[in-house]
Design a protein around this ligand. Structure first.
Ligand code: NDP
Length: 483
């Protein structure tokens, strides 16, 4: 008989004392923090505690930020050599590393993601993006982008709440390396690490106005998108808002990159290593509470191994520790906002009503805050909404297939095309499948791996252009292809 081992985990909380959160924040414009006029609260989604009051930028604030960015572009940044710009980026990267615990704690408090992820994934990757792009700053003419690549000027950048600091790094680092200045708006629910980043810019003595950060909601984002003083828009967020932005910039000369939603297929062939695949499924959908645009939210499983994989997956899911994001043992933290929780609940209820079978591991969810247990739906068909729409939460839809071609057809049957995963022992099958899949990023025998050198972006409704690597850099330079 198999002996059952169980371990109790002692609480291992990270110290909150590592950060000082001010009661109220303003905007960062022209190298200084300036007071905002209207404010809204930002809360810790794990406890619903109000952490601080964030300023809501209106027209005057956005105008001031764009003016500061333009002045910095014309008087300083565009005149500086790439080598000098690179030094600032290296300096920012090093300070981010030095202050990494502070960034990790603040990110976890404001976002709800486990400290283990903010400490081991978000913050190191954000610093890596600055290091990587620092290296590009003085080599732009050797990057295969023409002999005299030019910056756009002022970049307006709008980012979401799922990876607040990392998305800032994806946007700011290439923009500065290419010689642009920026006006960035973090998401309404997660402004704190962007405001700490503003302090890093001061500490690095970045020339005033090269980075400007205005906080606010969608109306602030729209002011940036429609501002005549902005030359390039970079957006990550929902496909719905991406379409609004595409329409807004269509009649203008603004250049635009959009990184939007996804509904990635994670395909497990019958020759795959089962235990490793199960880990990959868990990492694919439950990493960051499933708030990941490239999450492996559709499991496409070969029928002959479906029972075995699902049994192992359920056993593994029962061991996922859900709870206090500040505890270093926690695997799955809080849902970022009440609105997002309601959306996840609503789409999951649609899964029930359309006839799919819901299963979640038993877990005690905290009374306060926003929580959703890791969940799978089996018996899902391609017609179900939970197989077609982005849930953006810890919910996996399971479909099955019999032949490799059926797997590809099902995987590609989506309006999105951001990412995909393939699990197989056979290299030839992996290469064949990756050539058929219409997705911008394809992982083989792994999932959710990110690197600043690797371009990231999608097909179809998943967006336009790439971020990361040489391709991402080209989006911040004029007269060169974005693909
Ligand atoms: P949004 O697309 O609304 O938000 C992304 C960013 O755009 C935020 O900074 C937001 O501000 C801003 N914004 C909102 N409206 C406008 C506008 N009209 N013009 C310019 N900027 C705007 O995503 P949500 O946070 O509302 O999430 C909704 C859904 O989007 C999620 O359930 C998920 O499915 C998907 N999503 C996908 C992401 C991805 O990486 N692909 C990331 C985040 C969400 P504010 O935060 O104030 O609304």
């Amino acid at each position: 008989m198999e002996e059952k081992l169980s371990f109790e985990y002692a609480p291992t909380p990270e110290s909150r004392a590592l950060v000082t959160i001010k009661p109220k924040y303003g905007h960062f414009i022209g190298g200084k923090f300036v007071a905002g006029s209207k404010h809204f609260p930002t809360i810790n989604p794990a406890t619903e505690e109000v952490l601080s009051q964030i300023s809501l930028a209106g027209k005057a604030d956005v105008d001031a930020a764009v003016k500061a960015a333009r002045k910095a572009y014309t008087t300083t940044w565009s005149k500086m050599s790439g080598k000098e710009r690179g030094k600032y980026l290296f300096r920012i990267a090093r300070i981010m590393q030095e202050r990494s615990r502070e960034f990790a704690v603040l990110e976890t408090l404001d976002n709800g993601k486990p400290i283990r992820e903010s400490r081991d994934v978000d913050v190191p990757l954000a610093a890596a993006h600055f290091f990587y792009h620092a290296g590009w700053a003085d080599k732009l003419e050797y990057a295969g982008l023409g002999t005299t690549p030019k910056a756009h000027g002022v970049a307006g950048q709008i980012i979401p709440w799922n990876f607040p600091l990392l998305m800032l790094a994806w946007k700011v680092a290439p923009a500065l390396a290419a010689g642009n200045t920026v006006v960035l708006k973090p998401a309404e629910t997660t402004s704190l690490t962007a405001l700490l980043f503003a302090e890093v810019c001061q500490q690095a003595e970045l020339p005033a106005g090269v980075v400007n950060i205005v906080t606010g909601d969608g109306s602030t984002g729209a002011l940036i998108v429609n501002h005549p003083g902005i030359d390039k828009i970079a957006f990550t967020g929902s496909t719905e808002v991406g379409k609004i932005i595409a329409r807004a910039v269509a009649p203008t000369n603004k250049s635009v990159t959009l990184e939007l939603g996804g509904k990635a297929a994670n395909i497990i062939f019958d020759d795959a290593a089962i235990d490793e695949s199960v880990e990959g499924i868990v990492n694919g959908i439950f990493f960051n509470q499933g708030h990941v645009c490239c999450a492996g939210s559709r499991l496409i499983l070969q029928e002959s191994i479906a029972d075995e994989v699902l049994e192992k997956l359920k056993n593994r899911m029962a061991k996922i520790r859900v709870g206090d994001p500040m505890d270093k043992n926690t695997d799955l933290g809080a849902i970022n906002s009440k609105e997002q929780l309601l959306k996840i609940r609503e789409l999951s209820a649609v899964g029930d009503s359309e006839g799919a079978q819901r299963w979640s591991a038993h877990c005690d969810l905290p009374d306060k805050g926003f929580w959703f247990a890791p969940t799978i739906f089996t018996g899902v068909t391609q017609a179900h909404r939970i197989a077609r729409e982005e849930i953006f939460g810890p919910v996996l839809s399971v479909l099955t297939f019999r032949t490799p071609q059926e797997a590809i057809d099902k995987a590609n049957n989506t309006p999105f095309g951001l990412s995909a995963g393939i699990w197989s022992e056979k290299g030839s099958k992996v290469l064949w499948a990756s050539q058929q899949l219409r997705a911008g990023v394809i992982w083989a025998n792994t999932f959710n791996k990110f690197d600043p050198t690797s371009p990231f972006g999608g097909y179809k409704e998943s967006g336009w252009g790439r971020e990361g690597g040489r391709h991402g850099l080209s989006a911040y330079l004029k007269g060169v292809s974005h693909e």
